[in-house]
Design a protein around this ligand. Structure first.
Ligand SMILES: [Zn+2]
Ligand SMILES: [Zn+2]
Ligand SMILES: [Zn+2]
Length: 319
């Protein structure tokens, strides 16, 4: 077996062993090892796809053009540094290699969060990461590496992954069906609900305490993994930030309108511009256009007595 591939398999196997150990401190190590293993498998694919005598060009962070003996221009890899995650994603996309990137980034996110913010990993959060890794591995190993996961990873590792992910998926589905019973007032909440996590342990296994509430703002949520009960503002507030992070980033780089802005009612970044409503406090716009020039008004203009910023300034000056 190639070294890269062997290292990938060893990392995944170690991660599964970490997870199976009764020592809770090894949960962080489980996530770190499994994430490393998945990324190494991706690199192995790039190595396999690199043309021979190209210095493993697709695997290397830096490449330079060269002229072959027959006078053709080619690219060769230089240096020892290999591609980072973003480069792997870019190269896979242009080479038509399919990966469930949403799950991979969820895995990486958990690894980073555990290293920086959470001192103790929750069992369920790690189980969720394993379930994500399982889905990614199943398709990638079979389709892109062209081997059976069972053969590559060995029976005990693959069966442990399979069993853990099954247990977790059953619980995730149960929580999701409880969340779906909530009478969400707007379709935009679908994206938000998908990002609901425990505010304490980051587990996805969160469900509403009681769905029969008069107003969704009084919903409480309970984590079935660590037991934490949290209120609507905290749970949904975090989910809103996660749900619109990608769109916000694109808007920032393209100089466009962000999907959510600061709300005049609650002060949180939760006012959805397209739906003209705050997803947290349900505030809408009292004034929609300037009484003088007719310009559209947003949440930031609501304290201007129905005027845009410019005409408010002019009115104040004339007073
Ligand atoms: Zn929790
Ligand atoms: Zn609000
Ligand atoms: Zn105006």
């Amino acid at each position: 077996m190639n070294t890269l591939l062997a290292n990938a398999v060893a990392a995944i196997r170690l991660g599964v062993e970490d997870f199976q150990s009764t020592d809770n401190a090894r949960l962080i190590s489980a996530v770190r090892n499994i994430t490393a293993g998945v990324l190494l498998l991706f690199k192995e694919k790039l190595r396999q796809m690199s043309p021979s005598h190209s210095g493993e060009v697709l695997l290397k962070e830096r490449l330079r053009p060269a002229i072959s003996k027959t006078g053709q221009i080619t690219f060769v890899g230089i240096g020892r540094k290999t591609v980072n995650v973003q480069q792997i994603e870019e190269r896979f996309k242009s080479l038509d290699v399919y990966v469930d990137w949403k799950r991979v980034y969820q895995l990486i996110q958990l690894r980073n969060d555990l290293e920086h913010y959470y001192t103790m990993a929750s069992f369920a959060a790690v189980q969720g990461a394993i379930a994500d890794a399982f889905v990614v591995l199943q398709s990638f190993v079979t389709v892109e590496l062209n081997v059976e996961p069972l053969d590559l990873l060995g029976e005990s590792t693959w069966h442990a992954l399979l069993a853990q992910s099954h247990v977790f998926e059953v619980q995730r589905a149960a929580c999701r069906s409880e969340l779906d019973k909530i009478d969400w007032p707007n379709a935009v909440y679908a994206d938000v609900v998908a990002e609901i996590r425990c505010v304490r342990c980051h587990s996805e296994l969160v469900k509403p305490v009681d769905v029969d509430v008069e107003d969704i703002l009084s919903l409480d949520f309970q984590c079935t993994s660590c037991g934490e009960i949290s209120q609507f503002d905290d749970t949904v507030g975090d989910a809103i930030a996660a749900a619109f992070a990608g769109e916000t980033h694109i808007a920032m780089t393209d100089d466009g309108d962000p999907p959510i802005v600061s709300c005049h009612g609650c002060g949180q970044y939760a006012f959805h511009l397209k739906n003209v409503v705050c997803l947290l406090c349900r505030a809408t716009l009292g004034y929609t256009e300037c009484a003088v020039c007719g310009d559209a008004l947003g949440p930031e203009d609501q304290d201007n007595r129905g005027l845009c910023g410019y005409h408010k300034w002019q009115a104040d000056k004339d007073d």
